[in-house]
Write a protein that binds this ligand. Structure first.
Ligand code: ZN
Length: 424
């Protein structure tokens, strides 16, 4: 077996796209400067070997060997970042419908969703939970040039407790489902962090409270003790990884914040104490406030469990109210949509919901660029059109600060200086 693995490695090296010195110069009418929080007119961005070498204005010198991309009246922005997706999920196959498919079917679903996501302008995603290490497979396939897709920060499996949101609770006791992600003591949880990192996790995802789409649990109930989440955070931080925590319920959110987690996902029932703890500990809230519309409209048809729809009805609006309150209280906010719970590729629909619930358009764009890069610890690579970062640039027709819905129709995508979606 060892020999076969080595040969496969050689083949992939041969098939990988050639890395050549290439200079690309992009011009447009306007640029959203997410770091300065302002619009810049007549920008000219020079990209050399995939990274931004200069950000100036039309009229600046252009290297003679440069490929010129003139975007005319359009506005350019940094490639967008979605901090919470599940590329290997399809919401139209919810509930028990997914059991009709073989295990690796979901990797194929991920191939299609990776393309839709990057063509929608999301050049980086954090994939916070998938089975079979298929997010690692997607990342490797994209990096080797086999398939188009965003840069992926994979979590692999989401760690959780027996009977919790990240366990498979929809089967009778006589049916055994492999659960490589379940831990019930601090020591077991530490071992899980080590194992997931060994096989490709770059961020640790933990299910701290109940959830909407899981059977048998109450959405607000805490499922890991403080000592368990503390063990996970300490182990992950020691290994240089950040921790993303699924938490709807107040007590779970607050214990996770006390343990030092990096991002709270959902945060639906966060209270004033949660806001204070988040600010004290420098944690981010990553709230999926668009998907409620999709789940309530399409869930029954898609096979979502009746009890899950009841939970969504209970928590959807409350989550939006919490979003507005958290933002007003000064909690650091991210752009994360739970893509996969709604169709991947619709990610940008959440910008309008964020603006409706209290953000300015610029703040919503910063949540998906500058802030997301900070929360990923990747400010040298992504999240802004700035010298040194990757040449990840998108364009829209018009001014997204006047109408944030324009981000739903991205007309051009450049990733690492290579055109992923050309202007039609
Ligand atoms: Zn999720």
């Amino acid at each position: 077996m060892r020999k076969i693995v080595i040969v496969a490695g050689l083949i992939s090296a041969v098939l990988a796209p050639p890395v050549c010195a290439a200079t690309v110069v992009v011009t447009a009418a306007h640029m959203i400067d997410v770091i300065g929080g302002k619009t810049v007119d007549r920008p000219q961005v020079t990209i050399v070997d995939g990274r931004i070498a200069a950000v100036g204005h039309i009229g600046d010198a252009v290297p003679s060997d440069a490929r010129k991309i003139e975007l005319g009246a359009r506005t350019i922005l940094p490639g967008l970042i979605d901090m919470h997706v599940h590329l290997t999920a399809d919401p139209t196959l919810s509930g028990y419908q997914g059991l009709e498919y073989t295990d690796n079917f979901w990797t194929v679903v991920g191939v299609a969703n990776a393309k839709k996501t990057v063509e929608a302008g999301f050049t980086t995603v954090r994939n916070v939970g998938s089975g079979n290490y298929d997010d690692v497979a997607l990342k490797q396939g994209i990096e080797h040039g086999y398939i188009p897709g965003p840069r992926i920060v994979p979590a692999t499996y989401a760690i959780g407790a027996t009977g919790g949101h990240c366990d498979s609770t929809e089967f009778p006791p006589s049916v055994t489902i492999p659960s490589p992600q379940i831990g019930d003591t601090p020591d077991q949880d530490r071992a899980l962090v080590r194992k997931l990192r060994k096989y490709g996790a770059e961020v640790i995802k933990v299910c701290m409270t109940g959830g909407v789409l899981s059977k048998t649990d109450s959405v607000g109930a805490q499922q890991l003790s403080f000592s368990e989440i503390k063990a996970i955070v300490d182990e992950a931080h020691m290994l240089g990884m950040k921790v993303a925590v699924h938490a709807h319920g107040t007590d779970g959110i607050n214990d996770a914040l006390r343990a030092g987690v990096d991002t709270i996902e959902h945060a639906s029932l966060a209270d004033a104490l949660s806001f204070r703890l988040a600010k004290e500990h420098g944690a981010w809230f990553d709230m999926d406030i668009y998907d409620d519309d999709y789940i309530l409209a399409e869930g029954a048809k898609n096979g979502v469990f009746a009890e899950s729809l009841a939970k969504e009805k209970m928590i959807g609006r409350k989550q939006r109210e919490t979003f507005r309150a958290a933002h007003a209280a000064g909690v650091k906010m991210l752009f994360g949509t739970d893509g996969g719970v709604y169709p991947n590729g619709f990610n940008a629909r959440q910008f309008a919901t964020m603006v409706e619930w209290g953000m300015t358009p610029m703040e919503s764009i910063q949540a998906a660029t500058k802030s997301a890069a900070e929360a990923l610890g990747k400010t040298g690579d992504v999240g802004a059109i700035e010298t040194g970062r990757y040449g990840d640039i998108i364009a829209v027709d018009g001014d997204p600060l006047a109408d944030v819905k324009l981000l739903q129709k991205v007309s051009f995508v450049l990733k690492g200086g290579e055109v992923v979606k050309a202007v039609e």
